[in-house]
Design a binder for this molecule. Sequence first.
Ligand code: BGC
Ligand code: ZN
Length: 368
Amino acid sequence: MKAIAVRPGKAGSIHLAELPRPSLREIADGRGVLVQVVRVGVDGTDKEINDALYGKAPPGANFLVIGHEGFGRVVETGKNVPDSIQPGDYVVASVRRPGTSLYDDIGFQDLTTDEVYYERGINLLHGYLTEFYVEDYQYLVTLPPSLREVGVLLEPLSISQKAVRHAYEIQRRLKIWRPERAAVLGSGTIGLLAALTLRLKGLDLTVYSKRKGKHLNSELVEALGGRYVSTQVMSVAEAGRKHGPFDIILDATGYSPLPFEASEALAKNGVLIMTSVTGGDRHAELPTDKINQRFVLGNQVMFGSVNAARVDFLSGVDDLIKAETIHPGWLKRLLTTPIDGLENYEQMIDHLTNDKDAIKVYVDVVRP
Ligand code: BGC
Ligand code: ZN
């Protein structure tokens, strides 16, 4: 079978690889599920892996199959797989697999304290940009057939589900926290899905992003009942004075000075979440006395969030269903850029790199 692979450490090495079709026998104790890949989304992480900035091949392999935003259909199940997973079901597999820390032991490998982490399609494990994969059923989440078109958005949605869940967990320190206003920095896929997550919680929403004027991303924010503010029109501090202060700020811009600058728009007792995996080496000069003082005098919190736990995939399915009910057609508008088949991997990377109008680039592995 075909797969889209890279040679980690070698820039621009994306190519089509040929692999044997996997078998249920590869998973111990009859717990395996054979999945036919239907559709796979790609993001900045895949681009960084192909740019040789990130990612590692599995031990003993000289290539890595990429793709961590999978959506597929169950073909066959092992004898100890519960009845809740049946051939024909739509499934999404999570990304990170357990290592050795205590957190991994209790199913929270997203919180691992191990130096090395295992992520399908990213680090040390092959991903989903192929025709079939096998996986232990405990890493699969089933989706209703009504989510067939948009289920590929579950993995990126799980990122904001976890980030916001952690924010609320942290804020239990305040006993009676009642957030009203939220801001999302960035309006790419993660920013837009974070906007959805926060709107479904009923928060007043401001999305702050680069591009000016009416365009698809700004329209999508407004369709949720949020407001879109361009960085070219006002500073994040002004946006905070006008529409804030914000009880929650979630950064998904990839521009590392911004969350620190945006802390000026954070409300007292507020919480600021960083979700961008910034692989570069940017330095910035910042008013650190002011930032530090506001955090202290305002009892504020800033924290980072990576990956997601199983609960976040499950709550993500619920939010996808809610989104389809409350904002029908909204999710589908994120799926701007389909690639027809694995063999068009060059087109995929080209859109990912150069297409400024693309929100979600994805590969239809099985033609719809
Ligand atoms: C993925 C996460 C992953 C992170 C760090 C993101 O693109 O969506 O699942 O944990 O990269 O590798
Ligand atoms: Zn990702």
